[in-house]
Ligand binder design. Structure first.
Ligand SMILES: [Zn+2]
Length: 315
């Protein structure tokens, strides 16, 4: 077969992406590193971008009510711009912690990657989003860029079990993995065939009276400076992590919203298991940020890295 020159392939890709309404097909989201103080001690936090994802505009922003909002995701013609997939690494004094694990390059070939899933699962995936991941940006390589090896990670905490948060798990077979008990037992769009065979996480139950506003939380660290809190809506058991530093709090928010503006404007996402729960989660996030200076970091927010470094607060 004749080899198609690379530049032509690139032109075809760009044309396809313009047809999908994507203006910039290759945005660059630089990794970020910052330091915070915890009990006077310096702690490094890294934002690592493992790749990008564009979703249907109606996936990011709800159009229509109930079932119609789901149909509108599949029928929509246009996509959002490519959004980052952030993984957060905390060099915590009690051991290095990773928040989510990102996506991997195999997922770009959906038919092959999800071959053991249902036809409908593949159809849905292909008609809802499109990912760009390169092997050199998978989480193992991203950790190397900040002089960490996968073995240096002590604990992996998952906000939820969607593939763009769990697909890097394969690099952490020996580490402790944590996920919410409710999330684990009420899976939403979890592709079981791509979970590592050894996957057997510690399932967390929130405890009462651990934090303002959210009330329930599971303390991840002995010092209780890192708390796993319920932020349901995106999935029934979706959780976020609150990191209480000496000067402010940081919320690693997973997919609680796609970006910070959604929370401020009360804009509900289309892809969601409960609009009511998401609305309550938004209200709680804002109430919490009114009580404590809070940096809010959703996984797919183009500005999460900049807000972390610039210490920019939710309210
Ligand atoms: Zn998700």
């Amino acid at each position: 077969m004749m080899q198609v020159p690379l530049y032509r392939e690139h032109k075809i890709m760009v044309k396809m992406e313009h047809q999908k309404g994507i203006i910039n097909p290759n945005p660059v989201y630089e990794n970020v590193t910052t330091s915070v103080k915890v009990k006077g001690q310096e702690v490094k936090i890294h934002g690592l971008c493992v790749g990008t994802v564009a979703v249907k505009t109606t996936f990011k922003t709800k159009k229509g009510n109930g079932f119609l909002s789901k149909i509108n995701i599949l029928l929509a013609k246009y996509y959002t711009e490519y959004m980052p997939i952030w993984v957060w690494a905390i060099e915590h004094p009690q051991g290095n912690i990773l928040v989510d694990t990102g996506e991997n390059a195999d997922s770009t070939e959906v038919d092959k990657y999800l071959s053991k899933e249902s036809w409908y699962a593949r159809y849905q995936f292909k008609n809802a989003c499109t990912v760009k991941i390169q092997k050199e940006n998978e989480i193992n390589n991203q950790l190397n860029k900040i002089n960490l090896k996968t073995e240096d990670i002590k604990l992996v905490v998952l906000t939820h079990m969607h593939l763009d948060h769990i697909d890097g798990l394969k690099y952490f077979p020996k580490q402790e993995i944590m996920v919410g008990n409710f999330e684990y037992n009420h899976p939403d769009n979890v592709f079981k065939s791509i979970l590592p065979s050894w996957f057997n996480p510690n399932k967390l139950d929130y405890r009462q009276n651990k934090i303002e506003v959210f009330n329930q939380a599971f303390p991840i660290t002995q010092t209780e400076d890192l708390l796993y809190i319920p932020t349901p809506g995106h999935t029934p058991g979706h959780s976020s992590l609150v990191f209480k530093t000496d000067d402010f709090d940081i919320i690693f928010a997973g997919d609680s919203s796609y970006d910070q503006a959604q929370v401020i404007n009360g804009e509900l996402p289309g892809a969601n298991t409960s609009y009511i729960k998401t609305a309550v989660t938004y209200t709680k996030l804002l109430s919490y940020a009114n009580l404590r200076k809070t940096i809010y970091l959703p996984t797919h927010d183009a500005n999460s890295g900049k807000r972390l470094v610039g210490k920019s607060f939710l309210v």
